[in-house]
Ligand binder design. Structure first.
Ligand SMILES: NC(=O)c1ccc[n+]([C@@H]2O[C@H](COP(=O)([O-])OP(=O)(O)OC[C@H]3O[C@@H](n4cnc5c(N)ncnc54)[C@H](OP(=O)(O)O)[C@@H]3O)[C@@H](O)[C@H]2O)c1
Length: 251
């Protein structure tokens, strides 16, 4: 039986490394036609060379709204429909709040949160017109609650979760499927920056397989690995007194 992704046009934003890159490989294997974006043109070109000339590299910085609109216009020139958009782009620095510069803070908000809005607003009119399509935004279990040494990354992910919930509520009537991707720890260039032991960490290829399965399902949240995300959800329910005694131990 042909894969549901076969011949689908899919735009992956944040495809040059990590989970986005693994997703590109997995979706290409399923027969999807891919548009791949991130800032690093060289890495995207190499990936297209590896995956085949039916795929296209379109470099952009998601914090630049006109660059996002231009890439969508370029995609519209080469295809009549866009089946799925997967937003994986993010910046992360493991830093204590006292050590973050205002520039670092702004940059992370601009990429992780405002960047997601730029991508969504660039594709929404087109997808609404087609009354079909799926938009998946990558949050994180780090957005479930405020964790030590994770700001403003955790705050951007908490806001992204909230944003995606609203998007899901608003866009259902236009026939659009909105999904929230919630990974636990995954070995990628992003987590290579962590100096602590990451519980239940998985490889990027395993994460990509879990995401593909989730995109096919009717569930809103694509959370993995299952056990770790369940534990983090329990942490989310704890009253502040107990929660802060847990985070004190983390520090
Ligand atoms: N790894 C984990 O444990 C984990 C856990 C939970 C959630 N996540 C989330 O999963 C997603 C993928 O992360 P990853 O772990 O695979 O990290 P990664 O390897 O660092 O990938 C991040 C991607 O975002 C792109 N990017 C960064 N800034 C950008 C910008 N301004 N414009 C366009 N693209 C930009 C990067 O490419 P360029 O540098 O070429 O632009 C890269 O392709 C992120 O949303 C992350 O927050 C990761």
């Amino acid at each position: 039986m042909a894969s549901v992704f076969h011949n689908q046009t899919i735009w992956i934003v944040g495809a040059s490394t990590g989970m986005g890159e693994s997703l590109a490989r997995a979706l290409a294997k399923e027969g999807a036609v891919l548009y791949l974006s991130a800032r690093s043109q060289d890495k995207l070109d190499r990936l297209v060379q590896e995956l085949g000339s039916q795929h296209t590299a379109l470099a952009l910085d998601v914090s630049d709204i006109s660059a996002c609109a231009k890439v969508v216009a370029d995609i519209q020139h080469s295809t009549t429909r866009l089946d799925r958009v997967i937003f994986m782009a993010a910046l992360y620095e493991p830093t204590r709040i006292a050590d973050i510069t205002p520039e670092q803070f702004r940059r992370m908000v601009d990429v992780n949160l405002v960047g997601a809005f730029h991508i969504v607003s660039a594709v929404l009119p087109w997808m609404r017109q087609n009354q079909k399509g799926q938009i998946s935004l990558c949050g994180s279990i780090a957005g479930y609650r405020g964790l030590p040494k994770g700001q403003p990354y955790s705050a951007t992910k908490a806001a992204l979760i909230n944003f995606t919930e609203s998007l899901r509520s608003e866009e259902r009537e236009y026939g659009l499927d909105i999904k929230l991707i919630s990974p636990g720890f995954v070995r990628t260039p992003l987590t290579d920056k962590n100096s602590f032991d990451m519980p239940m960490i998985i490889e990027a290829d395993t994460a990509a397989r879990a995401i593909l399965k989730g995109l096919e399902s009717s569930r809103f949240e694509v959370a993995f690995p299952w056990l770790f995300t369940c534990l983090m959800k329990v942490l989310r329910l704890l009253p502040y007194g107990i929660y802060f005694s847990v985070t004190r131990r983390m520090i």
